[in-house]
Design a protein. Sequence first.
Length: 321
Amino acid sequence: MADFQPDSILLTSYFEGKISGPAVKADIETYIASGKDAAFVQACMEAAWRNTSVAIPDKATGSDWQQFRRLAGINTQHRKLYSQMAAAAALLVFIAVAGWLFLQPQHKAPALAWKTVTAAPGAPHQLQLPDGSQVTLFPGSSVSYSAEFNTALREIRLSGRAFFNVTGAAQRPFFVNTGKYTTQVLGTSFEIDDRQLLAVTLVSGKVRLLGSHGQRLTELQPGQQAIVDKQAGSFRLATIGTDALTAWTSGQLSFDQEKLHTVCADLQQWYKTPISITRKELLQKHITAEFKQLPLSAVMEILSQTAGFRYRQEKDTIVIY
């Protein structure tokens, strides 16, 4: 598989000896032997080592780490993979490393503590990660990162929508996990919206979208958006204006010919108020509007006049009819 690109979880599991599928192992070994992304491979192996050394605290020593590196083809002076490692050698490396780990006394490793930050309703939430990267969370969205963040890997989990401005660090790859899909950061600023569909939009730099098995799906250029149908497993690329799309990061909701049901989905998450559309013909109605720091009652009044619908409040829910 020429475009196979394992994510950090898959590659770390490989170095821990946890991958049993022969096809997946073969793809990983071919990838390692190619010499691509040496810093990323090194980082994943160090993560595997940390997991193993935590599991066997009474046995793991500095000399053990050197043996682990040597078995995996690491040059101990320059901390890089030997570029001339062949696929056959990579297979022997896997067998040696997996066997060496298997023979160590095994104890259950304590689970890493993950910190989760969730944005409150009403306004975007600004967050600075330990590496200095900036994250802006859409109201109701959340990100999680472990205590190991920014050691060898920079890996976070996203639920919802967020805008990222990532600090460059070539030796510490940055990944955003959204369920089956992972975004590998090769540049600086981008948005990920993982709600009904997964939409990855690049503002500057470059990002790579990886599939559920680490395969490379596409690389985005500035002004491009990858839209993924998570159920079908398909995606398409679109050219998009990023200013209106990311206006929410400064507190402004901006819609340019968006369908009413999409607008309402943003509004109910922003204001944490359920909105129900009872007339089916309104679902596909297109809306162009901008709102900044307005109460929901004012937003609904403007929308009802411009889009030609009526609405009422039923307990905690707004009903459009």
